[in-house]
Design a protein around this ligand. Sequence first.
Ligand code: FMN
Length: 194
Amino acid sequence: MNLQIIVGSTRVGRRSLQFSKWIEKTAKENKNLNVELVDLIDYDLPMFNEPVSPRYNPDRKLEGDVKKFLEKLAKGDAYVFVTPEYNHSLSGVLKNALDYIAYELDKKPAAVATHGSVGGARAAEHLKMILSECRAVIVPINLHFNHFIDSNIDEEGNLIKDLKELAYGPHTTVNTMLEELTWYGQALKTAREQ
Ligand SMILES: Cc1cc2nc3c(=O)[nH]c(=O)nc-3n(C[C@H](O)[C@H](O)[C@H](O)COP(=O)(O)O)c2cc1C
């Protein structure tokens, strides 16, 4: 099963990358998962300006990085969408990327992983609504990280020992979220193939 972790910040000095790497590293402990970081910084997506909503445009012709991005997303069976909270919502760069989606997320599970002063809670609620409109299946457990990233996750994505050992802390939540995604990912993949 292909699990994609979408890195939803492209800002210079972004903290979302090490946060995403921690999720990636944790997910890779499950050898049944084929885990991949999909970093929006690798795709030059212009501001969405197509004349018709992608889902309702039979004449849509994909080119360049938009094509590359959507073909990549289509290969996923389950997703973690990572975003910081900017002005009480998700990042603009992630919202723009999501506006390109037509059928790529249909009947596939998605979790949101957010960070910010209140764990990115407000961004998470917006992001879940948007993903639902993109026809993804939102899993019940999502991750809200309200600790300072720099002092708690290193550049390689290692969570500090104290948080790893904290009962009901982020280490527990990330694992529960990944278990849920794996369960729904396998169930929905089987159902789609049937
Ligand atoms: C434009 C902007 C708006 C922000 N708005 C919020 C906010 O509404 N709530 C919050 O908790 N943090 C807010 N922050 C703080 C970010 O969540 C924090 O800087 C985080 O590290 C940004 O993620 P990034 O480093 O991956 O870009 C904001 C930061 C920026 C740059």
